[in-house]
Write a protein of this length. Structure first.
Length: 114
């Protein structure tokens, strides 16, 4: 394998439903207004959203809670039909082998890849 393409912004994978579910559960657990939170999530990292909507909570700790919630909802992130051929066997196993934090050569898609 020469490269792995991860989609975290909804271009290849329809992430809306899964992320909405995770943020809904987190808001209910923390008594934070869902619509205000959902409006603050787009285009930013979860820790930034948490810092804005729940400044009384520790963003790093709450990010851990969000990750646990994400694991608990299962695979609600389906490929858009045109992107389905890009998926390969063992996708989940590949993702689970990536260490946290990811290696330095993991490049966000917002940045140019050379």
């Amino acid at each position: 394998m020469r490269a792995v393409l991860f989609d975290v912004d909804g271009v290849l994978i329809d992430s809306y439903g899964g992320y909405r579910e995770v943020w809904s559960r987190w808001c209910a657990m923390r008594s934070v207004p869902l619509e205000m939170t959902w409006a603050a999530t787009h285009g930013r990292r979860p820790v930034e959203t948490i810092a804005e909507v729940a400044p009384h909570l520790d963003p790093a700790e709450e990010y851990g809670v969000l990750r646990q919630l994400m694991r608990g909802i299962g695979d609600q992130f389906q490929a858009f039909p045109a992107a389905a051929p890009l998926r390969g066997p063992g996708d989940q196993a590949t993702i689970e082998r990536i260490p946290a934090p990811p290696p330095r050569d993991v490049v966000p898609t917002r940045q140019a890849v050379r």
